[in-house]
Design a protein around this ligand. Structure first.
Ligand code: SAM
Length: 224
């Protein structure tokens, strides 16, 4: 008899995860071997509620508490690849959510600072990341549009919620040669993923394609 998805053995989860890497990521053009390996190692099923576990490796975002989402696996991999990480970087992630993206980044960078505006999600993600022993991840509870000045400068800033414009604090907290990956556009109608690179003290912008994110809410984001 087949086990219910939520009750799978670790080998079965591993097989589902590997299938996701091959069919959703490699197939769609994710090439960075470190990103593919990290996505193959982080157990997405541990970052969702018991009711959502059966969908952990589906090709979609999933609901988490407080009306927020854990991003689609492809989106997480796409943003990590766009950040061009080698393992030496000090990284800021804005929008901790479930903590899944931070866990993936923990395998790709030296230090990961992740900030979330909803205290309940901060509590859940901190507990989860501590329990799963991601020791190079530091979780902050505050408005992430202000960045994390005390942990700057950053080699990469990855923003997992959609903004109307690039928040100025990110520019101030980015190191020379650093990258900001951020969806910019409408609050509810989708955004363009942008990569800003600091070259000789100036930002150069590239558009990387269309995505849809929950809004970035805060002093330099959308108001509530
Ligand atoms: N990276 C997350 C994960 O792996 O589960 C997914 C993040 S979810 C798509 C976007 C998150 O950004 C939400 O949890 C939301 O509360 C958060 N957010 C929105 N505005 C924010 C802000 N100003 N500062 C920090 N977090 C913010």
């Amino acid at each position: 008899m087949t086990k219910p998805a939520s009750n799978q053995s670790s080998d079965q989860w591993k097989a589902s995860r590997h299938k996701m890497v091959e069919n959703q990521l490699r197939f769609r053009g994710i090439k960075d071997p470190r990103v593919l390996d990290a996505m193959d190692r982080i157990p997405r099923e541990d970052f969702v509620s018991p009711e959502q576990k059966q969908f952990a490796y589906n090709d979609c975002a999933l609901p988490i508490d407080c009306s927020q989402t854990i991003s689609q696996p492809y989106t997480v991999a796409f943003m990590c690849e766009a950040a061009q990480l080698t393992g030496e970087e000090n990284v800021l992630e804005v929008g901790t959510g479930s903590g899944y993206g931070a866990a993936v980044l923990s395998l790709l960078a030296r230090e990961v600072h992740t900030i979330e505006r909803i205290p309940e999600l901060v509590k859940q993600a901190s507990e989860r990341l501590t329990r799963l022993e991601y020791s190079n991840v530091h979780v902050y509870s505050s408005d992430g549009t202000l960045g994390v000045p005390e942990a700057a400068p950053f080699d990469a800033i990855i923003v997992t919620a959609g903004a109307e414009t690039l928040p100025e604090p990110y520019v101030e907290q980015l190191r020379e040669g650093g990258r900001i990956i951020i969806p910019i556009g409408s609050e509810f109608m989708g955004q363009t993923m942008c990569r800003y690179t600091m070259i000789n003290g100036k930002l150069s912008q590239e558009d990387l394609g269309a995505f849809a994110f929950v809004p970035l809410i805060g002093e330099y984001g959308w108001s509530r």
